[in-house]
Design a protein around this ligand. Structure first.
Ligand SMILES: NC(=O)c1ccc[n+]([C@@H]2O[C@H](COP(=O)([O-])OP(=O)(O)OC[C@H]3O[C@@H](n4cnc5c(N)ncnc54)[C@H](OP(=O)(O)O)[C@@H]3O)[C@@H](O)[C@H]2O)c1
Length: 295
């Protein structure tokens, strides 16, 4: 992975003419970010013309009624449709004059090679993935400024320059690592949501209402996230796995179904590895042996 550094405050405006196919959350937000930093946004083409009009008004750009028109007006195109549509849009774009254009998408899972045979067409390509949940078309763009973008493909150098000029950080990865990269994002976001849900369900089994469970666990969830982000996972780790407290973990297992015991044991084994880094002189054999017996 190559890491790019953001610019200082004197960074010059990047001269590109950027169009968006797909006026949804990411397309509208990225367009606003670029326009805010003085980069020329040509406008939007989208499935629902009204959405293209709204995004164009928000970014003071134009809306287009065909792929050919937005391509003609732009030297760089972002395909910000759902992942499953990107390949079909590419099939249509590849039949148009795209020589010397840079074609990007924002999927975390797909590589830039979804733009098949782009080199033969004389186009540069890039996957430009923001490591951020972009939840709103009109208010999320400000968070993109401090976001981290991961780039992959022949257009990565120019995308890095563009994003640095907008205050974002970037890293480049190899196409072969995209699935593993996207998995990392899912582990810390989606799986963490699943674990929070699991904890809330357990509190509900103790008589909490769903609302009480969420309120009660909020300081733990936020405190952990803050500690992990400021100190790193090893120093943020607390709890029975860190202390090697087998009896406490045994009492937890008594509350769980067979399937959930296996899940808890697997996750706790990961915590044992972390605890071992934190306390290399501690003998955790008893805990590891107990966990193995549950798997
Ligand atoms: N949202 C996130 O948190 C996030 C984060 C990182 C990466 N991404 C990636 O960003 C991309 C866009 O995601 P999103 O969340 O912005 O999705 P979204 O809000 O659902 O927006 C998708 C847009 O694509 C348009 N569209 C669908 N089919 C089309 C077609 N055939 N032709 C033209 N436009 C079409 C839709 O059109 P209309 O609205 O006009 O009907 C919609 O505006 C995806 O690749 C996703 O993986 C998303």
């Amino acid at each position: 992975m190559h890491r790019g550094s953001p610019p200082d405050e004197h960074t010059e405006v990047v001269h590109m003419k950027i169009g968006f196919i797909g006026a949804g959350k990411v397309g509208t937000s990225l367009g606003k970010l670029f326009a805010h930093h003085g980069v020329s946004v040509t406008g939007y083409y989208s499935r629902t013309p009204q959405h293209a009009e709204q995004a164009a008004a928000f970014t003071q750009s134009n809306c287009y009624s065909s792929l050919a028109d937005i391509l003609d007006a732009s030297d760089t195109l972002f395909v910000t449709t759902p992942d499953g549509v990107i390949g079909r849009i590419w099939d249509d774009l590849a039949a148009l004059p795209i020589k010397s254009k840079c074609i990007c998408h924002c999927s975390g899972a797909l590589p830039s090679a979804v733009f098949a045979s782009a080199e033969k067409c004389g186009a540069r390509v890039c996957s430009v993935h923001p490591l951020l949940a972009v939840s709103d078309r009109f208010s999320s763009w400000q968070q993109l400024e401090g976001a981290f973008f991961t780039l992959e493909g022949s257009g990565a150098p120019e995308m890095a320059e563009l994003l640095h000029s907008c205050g974002a950080q970037t890293a480049t990865i190899a196409a072969a690592d995209k699935a593993r990269y996207h998995l990392a994002a899912c582990v810390v976001s989606n799986l963490a949501v699943g674990l929070s849900h699991w904890g809330m369900q357990l509190l509900e089994q103790c008589g909490f209402t769903a609302e009480q469970a969420q309120t009660a666990l909020t300081p733990l969830i936020l405190g952990n996230a803050q500690a992990v982000c400021s100190k790193g996972p090893r120093d943020a780790l607390t709890g029975p796995a860190e202390r090697g407290d087998v009896e406490t973990i045994r009492s937890h297992m008594a509350c769980l179904s067979r399937e959930d015991q296996a899940l808890y044991a697997l996750l706790t084994r990961k915590l044992c590895d972390l605890a071992q880094q934190k306390h290399p002189d501690r003998d955790d054999t008893a805990l590891r042996t107990y966990l193995e017996g549950l798997l």
